[in-house]
Design a protein around this ligand. Structure first.
Ligand code: ADP
Ligand code: ADP
Length: 239
């Protein structure tokens, strides 16, 4: 499990929008952190800066042994191979079965050639089945993604990320499109994965109640700046 460190990170998009302004923070290995804030406050940009999808305009981003700032090509892919990602929209191959959706995580960050030629080994298959078991989706292994509910799809996406054996897990609004009971279930899964594996988990979430309930540390953003960083349980909406 890896730490994350941002030092004086600013992000200005090409159109001039200042999405992050002088953000500094350190997340220790095994922490369960929520990033909260209104729409447009910079949550998604923060996550994308950590996985290298967005380059910091200023400052440095370090994830485990990798200084992400300035990495590109093969070296960025290699670093990303250790970063599990979960998205609001699940990003599954809809007509493909659960098993193969999950196995994609094994190859997602290797070269296009390896993805094409990379026949799963026995170890890959076991990893995939184990990940599905850990999110309670083993019995759906042969179902097509498009036959699953939203909550089930998100669990498959979590299993896909786990199959990569990540050192850190980033989730960008993972429950935003789910109904409340389902959202609680997915948050509970993430919390359990954090607890059982000691995996560092960072979750963008605009729902304060869920952030308070399922994470231990909360980072509040407003207009691209950190305005709260402390215990999740103690944070009030005013923070
Ligand atoms: P959040 O995830 O909290 O909604 P974002 O990080 O998506 O916030 O957005 C922060 C700010 O940056 C917003 O003003 C948004 O409109 C802007 N923004 C996000 N992505 C881009 C982009 N690709 N190009 C220009 N502006 C962007
Ligand atoms: P440890 O306590 O050392 O993590 P485990 O038996 O839990 O031992 O895990 C052994 C390896 O398998 C670790 O690298 C772990 O990341 C991986 N692993 C554990 N559970 C799963 C799972 N459900 N899906 C994918 N990989 C897993």
């Amino acid at each position: 499990s890896w730490p994350v460190e941002l030092k004086s990170v600013s992000v200005t998009y090409p159109n001039g929008t200042k999405a992050l302004q002088d953000v500094s923070l350190r997340i220790e290995p095994g922490e369960m952190v929520s990033i909260v804030g209104l729409s447009g406050s910079g949550k998604s940009t923060l996550i994308r800066t950590i996985n290298g999808l967005v380059q910091a305009t200023d400052g440095t981003v370090t994830v485990g042994p990798h200084e992400i700032t300035g990495l590109s090509g093969r070296r960025l892919r290699e670093a990303r191979g250790h970063i599990g990602m979960i998205f609001q929209g699940f990003n599954l191959a809809e007509r493909t079965d659960v098993f193969h959706n999950v196995l994609v995580g094994r190859f997602a960050h290797s070269s296009p050639f390896r993805t094409l030629l990379g026949l799963p080994t026995k170890a890959d298959r076991e990893l995939a089945l184990r990940a599905l078991d850990s999110v309670g989706m083993l019995e759906k292994v042969w179902a097509r993604a498009n036959a699953l509910s939203g909550g089930q799809k998100q669990r498959v996406a979590i299993a896909r990320a786990l199959t990569q054996q990540p050192s850190i897990m980033l989730a960008d609004e993972p429950v935003a499109s789910l109904d409340p009971p389902t959202a609680h279930g997915v948050m509970r899964d993430l919390r359990r994965i954090n607890g059982e594996r000691g995996l560092t988990v960072l979750i963008n979430i605009h729902l304060m109640d869920l952030a308070r309930q399922y994470t231990t540390r909360m980072i509040g953003l407003r207009d691209g700046a950190v305005v709260y960083d402390g215990p999740a349980g103690a944070a009030t909406d005013a923070d």
